[in-house]
Design a protein around this ligand. Structure first.
Ligand code: ATP
Length: 572
């Protein structure tokens, strides 16, 4: 029997009340077992609060205000009453729940899903009204509880505490009962970050089908990441033999997909960022000679002479308007460094030296597209010499890449096949942290009217929670300070996936959505913070925003532990 949206709302309500990861998985897998095969994909998307995978660029285009209008229409309430209630409650879901009356008719999950797609497709003149009208028809039919989750899905704030990993684990539990299946599903999801495809393949073709999921042009692959070491000499220990030291550019990672005349650029977050870089697209067309391909590189801002400029300069290219003008104002280079698919052949399980050779074969360097510069090294002294040269050139550091026969492209994994060594590591504390803002404190004195400090957290992928690591008040210039409340609007409730200590409650809660880079002096034990059971960053300093990262791509608590190994040993 088709899944009813009311069944989903019941499960969501239960999920909201539990925090244990195991219970979440047990509940979800029991539910998944009842879902007909043909609907497992839509149920998976909706449970993540989505209607398609992230990379598909399908947006509902409805902000809170429009959702409140749809509630007002459906319930025949004056708009100002609805808005007033929203100001009081601060959650469009609860507003919808309080105003919507008895259920008028049964909504199926499919109808909700299809209507949300119709909303996403609605564009052009009068589209706002039509979107509102689609949604208000759903509200008219829905029960109060269904209305709560419908509103939250539409504004992208479902937040059940069940992230991608929990859904994958629950699918594995429901359909195979085996633990090894979890790892397989995770791997497949790294190659194909589309929960609907993974779920459908698993229920229709089993694990064998899942193991066959492969790279495909126009379906981005989760990007391979680099490990870090404390001393440059450690690189050699972790990566014996021949290695390639490559320049590490301070820009934005791009995965370029091409087939025929179409080129799509994906960011680290798997967003489609093609429209931001018309110059890069044109340059790829001229420089890369292959029928189809997936290649990766770092796009970096340069001055007129081609000297490398820092990441902040590149950020001026993040815009919807005046794209062409800014392409001239802020020229870029694209340094390509990897090939994942070329002329229909999948290179994921091909060792790095051959991937690089393939890349060189299809690349004709031009004004914009260039091959990442590198030096093959056997001795660590050579790596160090190369490092010192590239720093002079304005690079962030180097990435050492293994040339061993098993040096495959490992999607979504931070492994020892790539090791980074950066300028900052030579200073006192190794590296900066990419943290997620989860709260804020009211400013006093000179800072009254804005925030005085932000509460920042590291990510714990095991529990899918953000654990606080520092209170950050320094490093902002006056303009950045003044913009903090706008950049981090307060929400009414503590988000479920944020863990704070009783001793450090922020004045305002902030939805964990934005990643910022923070430099710190040392890591200590602290009862004020929850990161890795009570680690804190002392003297944190704001470095920059990291809009290229999703919150789940922030520094993990495990990485924090690694960087504080000595402190951690004491802790235990
Ligand atoms: P960081 O904050 O140090 O940039 P990160 O967490 O963003 O690191 P890592 O995987 O640790 O990402 O470091 C690799 C990143 O470095 C890549 O995501 C890419 O954006 C960038 N990069 C620059 N040059 C290269 C290169 N030659 N090869 C691979 N990655 C490179």
């Amino acid at each position: 029997m088709a899944v009813k949206f009311s069944q989903m709302a019941d499960v969501y309500q239960k999920l909201e009340c539990i925090t244990s990861g195991n219970q979440i998985r047990a509940l979800l897998s029991d539910f998944f077992k009842t879902v007909p095969l043909a609907e497992i994909d839509i149920v998976s998307y909706l449970t993540l609060g989505q209607i398609a995978s992230k990379y598909e660029d399908i947006n509902l285009g409805m902000a809170e205000k429009m959702v409140l209008k749809a509630v007002a229409n459906a319930t025949e309430q004056p708009a100002n009453r609805v808005n007033k209630l929203f100001r009081k409650l601060g959650d469009a879901g609860i507003v919808a729940e309080q105003l919507v009356g008895k259920r008028q008719r049964e909504l199926s999950a499919r109808e909700v899903f299809d209507t949300l797609h119709s909303i996403a497709r609605t564009a052009g003149a009068g589209s706002q009204e039509r979107k509102i009208s689609y949604l208000s028809r759903l509200f008219t039919a829905a029960s109060p509880l269904e209305a709560r989750y419908l509103a939250r899905i539409v504004i992208g704030q479902l937040r059940l505490g069940a992230g991608e990993k929990a859904i994958l684990d629950s699918l594995a539990l429901a359909y195979t009962g085996s633990k090894t299946a979890k790892t397989m599903l995770e791997h497949a999801y790294n190659v194909c970050p589309d929960i609907g495809i993974i779920a459908k393949t698993l229920v229709n073709k089993g694990l064998k089908g899942v193991s066959k999921i492969n790279v495909q042009v126009f379906r981005p692959v989760q990007m391979m990441l680099a490990q870090r070491v404390d001393k440059i000499s450690e690189i050699h220990r972790k990566m014996p033999g021949l290695m390639s030291a490559e320049e590490k550019y301070d820009g934005e990672r791009i995965q370029a997909h091409a087939k025929g005349n179409t080129i799509i650029l994906y960011s680290r977050r798997l967003d489609n960022i093609t429209s931001q870089f018309p110059d890069v697209v044109a340059a790829l067309r001229a420089s890369i000679k292959a029928k189809d391909y997936i290649i990766e590189g770092e796009v970096v801002a340069v001055d007129k002479k081609g000297n490398l400029l820092p990441f902040q300069t590149l950020m001026a290219r993040r815009r919807k308007y005046d794209v062409e003008a800014y392409a001239r104002k802020v020229p870029v280079h694209l340094y390509v460094f990897d090939a994942l698919l070329v002329n229909g052949r999948n290179y994921l399980r091909t060792a790095y030296p051959e991937r690089r050779r393939t890349l060189e074969r299809i690349t004709k360097e031009g004004m914009i597209v260039k091959l990442a510069r590198r030096k093959l090294c056997e001795k660590i002294d050579d790596v160090e010499t190369f490092f010192n040269q590239v720093i002079q050139r304005g690079c962030e550091g180097i990435i050492a890449k293994s040339c061993a026969p098993g040096a495959y492209y490992t999607p979504g994994t931070r492994g020892w096949l790539w090791i980074k060594w950066k300028r900052e590591y030579q200073k006192e504390l190794a590296d900066t942290f990419d943290l997620v803002v989860v709260g804020a404190f009211a400013g006093k004195g000179r800072r009254s009217g804005t925030y005085g400090a932000l509460l920042c957290a590291a990510y714990n992928p095991e529990t899918d929670t953000f654990e606080t690591f520092c209170k950050l008040g320094t490093g902002f210039n006056d303009k950045e300070l003044a913009q903090l409340p706008r950049k981090f609007p307060a929400i009414k409730q503590q988000p479920k996936n944020v863990s704070v200590s009783r001793l450090l409650k922020p004045d305002y809660w902030v939805a964990p959505a934005t990643v910022i880079e923070v430099l710190g002096a040392e890591i200590t034990k602290s009862p004020l913070h929850t990161a890795a059971g009570g680690l804190a960053l002392r003297f944190p300093r704001f470095v920059r925003y990291r809009p290229d990262k999703r919150p789940e791509q922030a520094t993990t608590t495990k990485e924090v532990i690694k960087m504080a190994v000595r402190v951690y040993t004491e802790l235990r």
